[in-house]
Design a protein around this ligand. Sequence first.
Ligand SMILES: Nc1nc2c(c(=O)[nH]1)N[C@H]1C(S)=C(S)[C@@H](COP(=O)(O)OP(=O)(O)OC[C@H]3O[C@@H](n4cnc5c(=O)[nH]c(N)nc54)[C@H](O)[C@@H]3O)O[C@H]1N2
Ligand SMILES: Nc1nc2c(c(=O)[nH]1)N[C@H]1C(S)=C(S)[C@@H](COP(=O)(O)OP(=O)(O)OC[C@H]3O[C@@H](n4cnc5c(=O)[nH]c(N)nc54)[C@H](O)[C@@H]3O)O[C@H]1N2
Ligand SMILES: [Mo]
Length: 697
Amino acid sequence: MPNTSDVGTTIVRGACPHDCPDTCATLVSVDGSGRAIRIQGDPNHPVTSGFLCAKVNRYLERTYHPDRLTTPLRRVGPKGSGQFEACSWDEALTDIGARLDAIRNGPHGAEAILPYSYAGTMGQLQGSSMDRRFFHALGASKLNRTICAEAGRVGYMMTVGSSVGADAEGVPDSDLIVLWGTNTLTSNPHFWPFVLDARKKGTRVICIDPIRTRTAEQCDEWVAIKPGADAALALGIMHELFAHDWIDHDYVARYTTGVDALRERAAEWSLERTADVTGIPVERITALAAAYGRAKAAFIRLNYGLQRHAGGGMAVRTIACLPALTGHWRRAGGGVSLSVSATFAMNKDGLQRPDLGPTTRTINMSLLGDALTTPDAGIGGAPVQALIVYNSNPAAVAPDLTAVRRGLAREDLFTVVLEHFQTDTADWADYVLPATTQLEHWDVHTAYGHLYASLNRPAIAPVGESLPNTEIFRRLAAVMRLDDPSLRDDDLTLIRTALDSTHARMTGVTFEALLERGWVRLNVPRPFLPFAEGGFPTPSGMCEFVSPRLAALGLDPVPTYIAPYESPESDPMLAARFPLQLISSPAHQFLNSSFVNVPTLRRAAKEPECVMHPDDAGLRGVAGESIVEIANDRGAFQARVRISDGIRPGVIWAPSIWWTKLTDDHRNPNDTTSQRLTDLGEAPVFYDNLVEVTPVG
Ligand SMILES: Nc1nc2c(c(=O)[nH]1)N[C@H]1C(S)=C(S)[C@@H](COP(=O)(O)OP(=O)(O)OC[C@H]3O[C@@H](n4cnc5c(=O)[nH]c(N)nc54)[C@H](O)[C@@H]3O)O[C@H]1N2
Ligand SMILES: Nc1nc2c(c(=O)[nH]1)N[C@H]1C(S)=C(S)[C@@H](COP(=O)(O)OP(=O)(O)OC[C@H]3O[C@@H](n4cnc5c(=O)[nH]c(N)nc54)[C@H](O)[C@@H]3O)O[C@H]1N2
Ligand SMILES: [Mo]
């Protein structure tokens, strides 16, 4: 039963809402007074296995944080000053409705209103249901949600077909594990127990990363690749696979297209050329290729780190060819996994109702700075006059913060932010609306690192006057007299709609089953071997080594290497001024910019830091533990230096994403990142970013 009672304490089943592959099943203990007193991972969930991460262990501290927003707030000081006064929900919603109505009836129409949201919660309800219905019915601009995963998603789709891949629960059967562009112990920690299981029988674990992360430290081998060079490495490995005939010819003949073109392309990647481009010695490449070629069921765990570069889409597409060449998809533990989200088949259209409104323009969230400041920059026509932000903190996480801040500072921009806390973004708002956390609302979840759906029940009453996103958009729809009946659906109706699917894999994933058990495995075998006998969800039904869809886009249809925009090799002129490649991947204690304001976690992260190789520090006269300025033409930020040989020379690492207002210099690495986009998916290139470091003071 979901709720068990024990001396006045109730245990409520939930799901972690955060943007992470693990989507944990949680158990929240609530005492007789209705206060949550404990959160733990469900010991029976095969992936959660009874533990939570460093951040979500602190979820109660976050929920009951004295800084929680408890009432709607109206701006009283100048824009960006962070001066607000409390007001009632009625006052706030009436005024917001009137402001949006004026814009809707103005010369540019409702397209001048832009929703901006990402995955602050991954819940189907609080993330993407009533909000979408509201903006569709209003006729607002659409948002292309590219900020995280689009390069990789599209690249993977070009080879494999959709976000379906090897099952983490097969990992114990692997005979080689390659962690490629992922800091597993930080960003996907519930994958690790499966790795440990495989290791018990001697399976090698190799980590490919420019940084010797805490994950790389735990692996048998750290392959210190140059940033953005992963497609070259994969092509070099293929060169060896073909040369030694480590190819599953039967699999290739039955289930792939274009092997001849791929062989020709791989032939161009001699070991010497591969070593030159990747910075990995020839003997390491040979050993890696041999290990992969001789394995029967190698598991490649890709994640999103390697796709935040100019050629990120092509890199993922290229790597995704490997298990089809070797036939590893046939066996448990073999294959490649980036996201498995498309294994789920929720009724998204029913939930989001794109049919409620007209076709409108789409604005790329990764170009927020441009969209707010240069209305003609590819967004066609209407300026953005109103911005409604929820589930995201763009004033900390979006690229090119200088441009973003300039946009948010516009006196003529009407900004509403739905939040738990007064974030960097909320400081720019005209209205801030208090939202509930996962402990306070209903939701239903898919996952992208495993195959279990889960239900989140509210465990406690809303803190203060906070409301679920769904309720805020229902009320806004009512205030604005949007009258489609679907805009009045309550949360339980929305959950039933989300689960209203006839897809075979969703059989058994019902509201009743979720109420009863909290989480349910998709209707697939365990482990799931999606492509053991082909059946790729591409147009040809094959794993596409040659992609007609890429050709149609005017791109190379065959896997290839695309150099970074900013690297010493690809832009020597720029590198003469800014020689170091900055990677600003997640800090262990934070979840993007969430949890930065939670005292125990911020104390653990200490202060903005960066890691530099001794050679790079020496060249610049930078002493360990000193403060440095990290800068390029776009901007600058400061951090305390740690000097370590656990990073490639020429690369620096600044664990992220700090709230700018909680740093001494009120800036963060996104002051230096650019609004350039990846080859596929129009995604940001956060880690394709040259900087120079100078001592401060
Ligand atoms: N603790 C914690 N967990 C998180 C998050 C968080 O902020 N904190 N964020 C969540 C979200 S939204 C996401 S998208 C994921 C992100 O987590 P991951 O998908 O793992 O991606 P990143 O952490 O961005 O980068 C992973 C590793 O890739 C390396 N890397 C960078 N460039 C390259 C390259 O060119 N080639 C190779 N081979 N490696 C490279 C980085 O050094 C980093 O160690 O994690 C989720 N989980
Ligand atoms: N330099 C650099 N920049 C990056 C990255 C990087 O690695 N380096 N990573 C990028 C990636 S992968 C991603 S995914 C993005 C993530 O960027 P965001 O999606 O902006 O993620 P967060 O920073 O966690 O902000 C989410 C906000 O949503 C709020 N929130 C959570 N739940 C709810 C809710 O139910 N209702 C409402 N109204 N609000 C809620 C939280 O309080 C939080 O402030 O950042 C990107 N930016
Ligand atoms: Mo992300």
